[in-house]
Design a protein around this ligand. Structure first.
Ligand code: SAH
Ligand code: SF4
Length: 378
């Protein structure tokens, strides 16, 4: 059985042609799947019965099993999905007044080994497929419409900031991004789809050509010595390569800036001197400082890291140095803390929790997947 969640519109069109069907059938099918969340070919009423019968024999529409769902007091919802082989991945929905953001995973685990990231400590299991990446959005969007009793779109923004390094899974990522942007599917604006990367320079260049979306780069340090330590990928692609790649991306980017993420670590990268060094770094590579923004992320601690969160007043002082130099700087609000859904906590004791919940969850996941049940608290 072919899972049709794996196909962007181009691939679905080719698939329909192989079945001897006209190209426009692919658009109809694509809309049923992604816009309406339909999993049953019998329900796709404007498709000829002969096509529906053909599809039933060879294809299915199926997202991953939901292992658990947790809803935070602030409305944040976190799902844990079973991707087989003992691997679980997470997605987080973050509601705000003017938007709904889904944070997606692109890999099970991550090979980059950043010191401050629990996914990095967990190591790499495997790349997700296109269907597993888009399946997170497919599931969340259609579940939330029912859960929140809304007819219109709930998720307006996506960020690839869950588990994994998106650009290391480039071949599966790009079709998934195209589906997010496709008007026949989710129709998200390029400005509202953000790829976050630790700095795979060559793939960054390709992304600008293949599918330019908003870009966030995980910087975390103002110089190579510290960045080598915090983000080991820097040894391969140092700032002399990364910074020009970021500036060049602006030629394609849907926004006129890129965002630098900077995880605030007590006594490691949070001094005023380091903030001034960052300002110099930004000035060195751009004509002005307006080509980038900074998003300071309070570190979410986990025991194995041996690192600590910067004090709030330190974060503010650091932000002040950047702001006074003319750099737009925000401090990320931490959401979903009570359900371990905050950045870098996604992998936190996933394995233990999975063992406890997997048995009950298996029963519920069939319901969630098929009926998109509304009372899904496990
Ligand atoms: N691999 C990509 C995207 C996933 S990580 C990347 O590194 O950009 C998404 C963001 O969460 C990154 O900016 C990362 O630095 C940040 N992050 C990871 N662990 C964190 C932690 N423990 N506390 C706060 N932010 C963290
Ligand atoms: Fe991977 Fe991003 Fe975590 Fe680094 S911060 S280990 S690149 S998920």
């Amino acid at each position: 059985m072919v899972n049709l969640l794996e196909f962007d519109l181009e691939a679905l069109t080719a698939f329909c042609e192989r079945l001897g069907e006209k190209r426009f059938r692919a658009v109809q099918l694509f809309r049923w799947i992604h816009q309406r969340g339909c999993t049953s070919f019998d329900d796709m009423s404007d498709l000829a019965k002969s096509l529906r019968d053909k599809l039933k024999g060879v294809a299915c529409v199926r997202a991953m099993d939901v292992v658990s769902q947790h809803e935070s007091a602030d409305g944040t919802i976190k799902w844990l999905f079973d991707v087989g082989g003992g691997n679980v991945i997470e997605s987080v929905f973050i509601p705000e007044d003017d938007r709904g953001t889904l944070c997606l995973s692109t890999q099970a685990g991550c090979a980059m080994g950043c010191r401050f990231c629990s996914t990095g400590h967990q190591g790499f299991s495997r790349n997700l497929t296109t269907g597993e990446i888009i399946g997170q959005l497919w599931f969340a969007e259609h579940f939330l419409r029912k859960h929140l009793k809304r007819d219109e779109r709930v998720i307006s923004n996506t960020v690839m900031m869950g588990m994994g390094e998106p650009l290391q899974n480039y071949a599966a990522l790009v079709p998934a991004l195209k589906m997010m942007l496709d008007d026949h599917a989710y129709g998200l604006s390029r400005r509202r789809v953000t790829v976050s990367t630790s700095g795979l320079v060559k793939k960054l260049e390709l992304l600008g050509q293949d599918c330019p979306v908003a870009l966030a780069v995980s910087l975390h340090a103002p110089n190579n010595a510290l960045r080598d330590y915090l983000v080991p990928l820097n040894i391969k692609h140092p700032l002399e390569e990364l910074m020009p790649a970021c500036v060049n991306y602006l030629a394609h980017a849907p926004r006129d800036f890129i965002t630098f993420e900077y995880c605030m670590l007590d006594g490691v990268n949070d001094s005023d001197a380091q903030a001034h060094e960052l300002v110099q770094l930004v000035k060195h590579y751009g004509h002005s400082v307006s080509w980038c923004k900074f998003n300071l992320i309070p570190f979410n601690p986990f025991p194995a890291s041996g690192l600590h969160r910067s004090k709030p007043e330190r974060v503010l002082a650091f932000a002040k140095v950047l702001s006074e130099a003319g750099i737009t700087t925000t401090v990320r609000k931490t959401r979903g803390d009570d359900i371990d859904a905050a950045c870098g906590q996604l992998a936190g004791d996933v394995v233990d929790r999975t063992r406890v919940t997997i048995r009950i969850a298996r029963q519920r996941s069939a319901e969630l997947n098929a009926g998109l049940a509304t009372d899904a608290k496990i």
